[in-house]
Design a protein around this ligand. Structure first.
Ligand code: PMP
Length: 411
């Protein structure tokens, strides 16, 4: 059991009121709120330490560098990577996946080669591969999903061919809340000698991730979805791949020696970190990981799963409720039919429902959730999405359910 009232005090923003209602923040899939320890660490670094990392002989630069590299070690330990050389700081999941698509794609794909993705990917795990398709003429194969919102694991094995170069798959769907059996998928791909990239944007905040146990080749996540700041994210990659991939961007930090004729590149992970990194955000991310580690990822997971189950049960009592997907973990996507007519009646537009819930102080996300192909598959334009974090309470779920019911009756 989490001490929720104590935990909520760590997140100052949760005490806000919105339209004279207590804030009920259920948009955690988009971004999470930040504990005071993260905010204080970053403020303190700007107030007392700030200096550019790596290049300075002076005291502050060395201290900032130490904090930055310790943050890298905190990330390494958190996802149980073998080495900090395999932890690359990026701006977020999106940049991490683009880095792999650009540089792995450059080194290892040619026209006609294939990349497998799935029918439940976020745009950030679709479009980078389409950019590679435009550049190199690769073929994108898509593993379909079932009507229950799970990957069709009967079809997946049939998608591999001798031309398959990579499989890129989300760990947890940001729309459906489906937790994909990524360990099995990685084993299957490796049996075909195909490396795997896992989009962990929606898994790292909710469950323990061990990249060595998973044996994934690449793993991407964002700091801001796991109680850390915006502007920082992580790419883990196995050294055997990173060593053979060309740099992503050129500039300072990623070089060993530069002449106008020829440049040699820095060692890992700096080869992929051109320019001044957001070292303060890296510190903030490390403090966020300390925060969830102190609470315990298994405690967080148990709390959020119980809350998700409770929310599904309570929401299912609302006439006209349509759920999308399985909601294994922390995410519930839904639409509601108007009035008392129940099923068969037209759906309240997700934007209307979201807007009216907002007037009650309840923050949810509406729309396609950056997964338009998935919306196509579901035959809808969008959903309302409630997504939970470690600080959410049953009372907040009750407020959501009462809010939905109130809005429903207005239509
Ligand atoms: N993948 C998934 C599954 C996501 O939910 C998100 C964020 N909604 C992203 C990738 C992109 O993350 P970011 O915008 O932080 O790069």
């Amino acid at each position: 059991m989490l001490e929720l009232q104590e935990i909520r005090k760590d997140f100052p923003i949760l005490a806000r009121e919105v339209y004279d209602h207590p804030l009920v923040y259920l948009d955690n899939g988009a971004t999470t709120q930040k504990p005071r320890s993260v905010i204080d660490a970053m403020t303190n670094e700007y107030l007392n330490v700030n200096a550019n990392v790596h290049r300075g002989v002076h005291f502050l630069s060395q201290e900032a560098t130490r904090i930055y590299e310790e943050a890298r070690e905190t990330v390494r330990a958190f996802i149980h990577a073998p080495s900090t050389a395999e932890i690359i700081f990026t701006r977020g999941t999106t940049e991490s996946i683009n880095l792999v698509a650009a540089t792995f794609g450059e080194a290892f794909t040619q026209e006609g080669d294939e990349v497998i993705i799935t029918g439940m990917e976020h745009h950030s795990n679709i479009v980078p591969w389409q950019l590679l398709q435009m550049r190199k003429g690769i073929v994108i194969k898509v593993c379909p999903i079932t009507d229950e919102g799970r990957l069709n694991l009967d079809v997946l094995p049939t998608l591999f061919s001798p031309r398959t170069k990579l499989l890129a798959c989300t760990h947890v769907s940001n729309v459906l809340g489906t937790v994909n059996p990524v360990a099995d998928i990685i084993r299957l791909a490796h049996a075909h000698d195909v490396p795997v990239l896992i989009d962990g944007a929606q898994s790292v905040p909710h469950t323990t991730v061990d990249v060595q146990a998973l044996d994934c080749d690449f793993f991407a996540f964002s700091g801001h979805k796991v109680y850390g700041p915006t502007g920082i994210g992580v790419l883990y990659g196995k050294r055997q791949w990173l060593d053979r991939m060309p740099p992503y961007m050129g500039g300072g930090e990623m070089i060993q020696k530069v002449t106008f004729e020829r440049t040699t590149f820095n060692e890992l992970p700096y080869k992929f970190e051109a320019g001044t990194p957001d070292y303060v955000a890296a510190n903030g991310l490390a403090r966020a990981l300390d925060y969830v580690t102190a609470i315990g990822m298994s405690n967080i997971e148990a709390h959020e799963r119980a809350l998700t189950r409770y929310a599904r049960e309570q929401m299912a009592l609302i006439p006209g409720m349509h759920f999308y997907g399985s909601s294994d973990d922390a995410v519930i996507s839904f639409n509601v039919a108007a009035g008392e007519a129940g099923r068969g009646a037209s759906l309240i537009h997700h934007l209307d429902l979201g807007t009216l819930l907002d007037r009650l102080g309840i923050a949810v996300r509406t729309g396609h959730h950056c997964a338009e192909p998935l919306m196509h598959r579901l035959g809808i334009e969008g959903t309302v999405r409630a997504s939970f974090a470690l600080y959410n309470t049953k009372e907040e779920v009750d407020a959501l359910v009462a809010g939905i019911d109130r809005v429903r009756k207005m239509f």
